[in-house]
Design a protein around this ligand. Structure first.
Ligand SMILES: [Zn+2]
Length: 209
């Protein structure tokens, strides 16, 4: 079993390779393990990321087949099916690291801010389900000075939304709480920069290291 901290190191190193535009041999070689993997998997990290086409977890962390258990949904929100997916992987595969991976200029955050400012009501019921998940984490920011600084507002809103998802996973599931308390499960928040390609593990990654 790969510990949470070992898993974090692997992701960090993989992201450094991605930024440097080099591929590790492990990700490349993993394709030769396809048949072997057909009988079972042991992903070393669970990633809850945004669906944005520019932030595919396997690529930005330079990982291969069987390495990451990835859940993607616009705005990296946490609804029951996301919690269930994380519980499933953490219990069944003994994966000990969960990363909520948000990113700069996230469209779900921009849409929610737009909705908070103008309340257009133009979103479908289904899209509204996403906006409504994001809203509680960021609406308070509009009551601060940030409302006059659009760029800073988006930056802070992206991070606040990631923190809210991390918090939900840490405290919104008995299964995960138990795994955190007894089995060393770690839930961290990270932000990917579209500009630099770097992933900043800003929430929960440096404790106990
Ligand atoms: Zn996004």
């Amino acid at each position: 079993m790969v510990s949470a901290h070992e898993a974090l190191d692997r992701l960090h190193e993989g992201n450094l390779r991605f930024v440097a535009n080099v591929r590790g041999s492990d990700a490349f070689v993993s394709h030769t393990r396809r048949v072997e993997l057909a009988s079972g998997q042991q992903p070393f990290a669970i990633i809850l990321g945004c669906s944005d086409s520019r932030v595919p977890a396997e690529i930005v962390f330079d990982q291969g087949l069987g390495d990451l258990f990835v859940i993607r949904v616009a705005g990296n929100i946490v609804a029951p099916s996301q919690v269930g997916s994380v519980e499933f992987a953490a219990e069944r595969y003994h994966t000990r690291l969960v990363v909520v991976l948000g990113h700069s200029q996230c469209g779900a955050i921009l849409a929610t801010l737009e909705e908070l400012r103008t309340a257009t009501g133009k979103h479908s019921h289904n899209l509204r389900a996403i906006v409504d998940r994001v809203r509680p984490a960021i609406e308070g920011l509009l009551a601060t000075d940030l409302r006059d600084d659009p760029d800073a507002l988006v930056r802070e809103a992206v991070r606040a939304n990631i923190r809210a998802s991390v918090d939900h996973l840490r405290h919104g599931s008995q299964v995960l709480e138990e795994l955190i308390r007894k089995e060393g499960l770690l839930v961290v928040g990270a932000e990917y920069s579209l500009d630099t390609g770097c992933v900043d593990f800003f929430d929960g990654a440096s404790e106990d290291r």
